[in-house]
Design a protein around this ligand. Structure first.
Ligand code: NAP
Length: 272
């Protein structure tokens, strides 16, 4: 890739960001289409300085990650309805002097899950009540799922339940709902504490599809338990791919080269 004076700049901002897989995914897409664009990782100091820098340097688009997803909302010129409902932005674009925001996490979760099952009218249990849970619930609601949210801090589950008009409870109530679909939206199971899961293995035998947003490791303890119980699984890496596909298409107006993007993050074959 030759960087010229006309190269358009995209990137990811967060703190830390060195571990992100998004640079592999988006640079693979730019290479595939021979676009004069580059995607880099920016460890940032604050949400305000991110938006100021976008305007100052003419950065074309950014993925936004922790800890700026919520705070950045107040500095944007506009944000779509999903950002307002979820309370977080994960993608911004700078065009015609305006900084716009959208949230592609809900699209990523809905599309990744949708490859295995249509959640419409299915009982879906969402474990966790943080930003990712809100994105997942937003996507599930749009598909007409019947949703229950459980969380370690019940007050947070209650607040999410109220905002989205869904049932809520504590982690002890996981078995009570008898879900057909179960989605972990917490970081539990992530490296280096790979052996952990919030979901008792025994309840999984009656679940059809289990999804985990954690993607390091690819096969979390929850997903291993789910496979043993005969469930179909959706990996966090598939959600990452789908949210990246939606970002690329919003930034460039072109159909994303999904195969190259998937291969760049180690997804290949039947996961696509
Ligand atoms: P967040 O807003 O901080 O929420 C974290 C949630 O996890 C809260 O509900 C929290 O419960 C719960 N939690 C954390 N540690 C726990 C523990 N030890 N036991 C029980 N519950 C625990 O975080 P987030 O932004 O939603 O991110 C969550 C995960 O999603 C991260 O691992 C992130 O990397 C991943 N993610 C993946 C993708 C993807 O494309 N695959 C996209 C976005 C995010 P309390 O309320 O009780 O604290």
């Amino acid at each position: 890739m030759l960087v010229s004076g006309k190269t358009r700049i995209y990137g990811i901002v967060g703190n830390p960001v060195w571990h992100s897989l998004s640079p592999y995914m988006h640079n693979a897409a730019f290479r595939e289409y021979e676009m004069d664009c580059i995607y880099v990782a920016f460890p940032a100091r604050s949400a305000r300085c991110v938006v100021d820098s976008v305007r100052c340097f003419g950065v074309c688009g950014l993925s936004i990650t922790a800890p700026f997803k919520e705070e950045i909302l107040e500095y944007l010129d506009s944000a779509d309805e999903s950002c307002e409902m979820i309370g977080a932005v994960n993608t911004i674009k700078y065009e015609r002097g305006e900084v716009e925001g959208i949230n592609t996490d809900w699209i990523g979760a809905a599309n990744a899950l949708g490859k295995k099952i249509n959640p419409g009218e299915k009982r879906c249990l969402v474990v966790g009540a943080g930003g990712t849970a809100r994105a997942v619930v937003y996507g599930l609601k749009r598909k007409g799922a019947e949703i229950m949210v459980v969380n370690r801090t019940v007050e947070k589950a209650e607040s999410l339940g109220r905002d989205f008009d869904v049932s809520y409870g504590s982690l002890n109530e996981i078995a009570k709902f008898n879900p057909e679909i179960l989605i972990n939206t917490t970081p539990v199971g992530m490296e280096p504490r790979c052996g952990e899961s919030l979901v008792p293995g025994e309840i999984l035998s009656s679940v059809s599809v289990v999804m985990d947003v954690v993607y390091k490791p690819r096969r979390t303890r929850l997903l291993e338990d789910a496979l043993r119980a005969g469930c179909r699984i959706v990996e966090g890496l598939e959600m990452l791919l789908e949210q990246g596909v939606a970002q690329f298409e919003w930034w460039t107006g072109r159909k994303a080269p999904r195969k190259s993007m998937a291969e760049s993050i180690g997804l290949a074959g039947d996961e696509q």
